[in-house]
Write a protein of this length. Structure first.
Length: 298
């Protein structure tokens, strides 16, 4: 190892050859900080509640019983209470009161009740930030809106919608992880950062980070792939239908008034990798706007 700085050992040194290395700008520095944080062996991704992780695994079991599901849903009283409240809202139960989780399960079915439970789990335990409270709430509403829109897109196009709601809910989880890494668990001075400063680096990295968060949660490989490709649904030269549905849902949710705090504003028609006719996109747009008006906050 030499004693002199590298420039002094450069054969061009003293010959009038100067190499200028540009200082990285603030956005590049933040992107680099994020990459280093996520690559660190001490990094801990946000935690999905145990009951939610078990529920995702249990609902994939072909011989699952109502008893098993109910036992699991009842294991987290705070989330159970909020789940029931949403389950009896006009969006799901036309406002009719539900006396128990068991009644909710019979009336709404396993898949819908599980989706509500996962929405509440994510909202209560994951989309929470002290440093970026307002952008995180905006991201939570965008994610819930995209989940509902993804379900509508799949139903309108006869795509299997088993994972639609969950993928919509999770699609921008990488952005949440970035906000937490730069704010709540970042160094002290990071608390001063504004959403305007962090928006671009988060936008660049969030799909990749999201895929890794899903991996750390041991979610099925298909969900990881969809989250990682939700802005580029072509995988190996082919369009992945559910990734394309999530991308369309993301843009329909934004246009309906639930934009992500980190995604650049888009104008014009939503990206239609599914090849839907114009009138079908228009119908979905109208339906999504109407549905989201009550589904996100109701
Ligand atoms: Fe995104
Ligand atoms: Fe999004």
């Amino acid at each position: 190892m030499g004693v002199f700085p590298a420039s002094r050992r450069n054969p061009g040194y003293g010959q009038g050859v100067v190499t200028l290395v540009a200082e990285p700008n603030e956005e590049e520095r933040l992107a680099q900080r994020l990459r280093e944080t996520f690559a660190s062996p001490t990094y801990e991704p946000p935690l999905l509640p145990v009951a939610a992780m078990e529920l995702i695994a249990l609902t994939r079991k072909p011989d699952v019983t109502y008893r098993e599901i109910l036992k699991l849903l009842e294991s987290d009283p705070l989330i159970t209470g909020r789940t029931l409240k949403i389950a009896e809202s006009p969006v799901y139960a036309r406002g009719e009161p539900l006396r128990s989780l068991e009644q909710a399960l019979t009336r709404l079915g396993l898949s819908t009740l599980s989706d509500i439970f996962l929405q509440v789990s994510m909202s209560t335990r994951v989309f929470r930030s002290a440093s970026f409270a307002a952008p995180m709430e905006e991201l939570r509403r965008h994610s819930v809106a995209t989940a509902h829109a993804a379900r509508l897109v799949c139903r309108a196009t006869s795509l299997p919608d088993e994972y639609a709601f969950l993928c919509g809910l999770l699609h921008d989880i990488g952005a949440a992880a970035c906000l937490l890494a730069l704010g709540d668990s970042g160094p002290k001075q990071a608390a001063q950062l504004t959403i305007q400063q962090v928006r671009k680096p988060i936008w660049q990295l969030h799909a990749e980070v999201g895929r890794d968060v899903c991996k750390s949660w041991k979610l099925p490989p298909e969900i990881m792939m969809i989250v990682g490709h939700h802005h580029e649904p072509r995988i190996g030269g082919h369009v992945h239908p559910l990734a394309a549905a999530v991308l369309l849902a993301d843009q329909l949710a934004s246009q309906a008034g639930f934009p992500s705090p980190v995604e650049p504003t888009r104008t014009g028609e939503p990206e239609n990798y599914l090849g839907l006719p114009d009138n079908a996109v228009l119908r979905l747009r109208t339906e999504t706007t109407r549905h989201l008006a009550t589904a996100v906050d109701g």
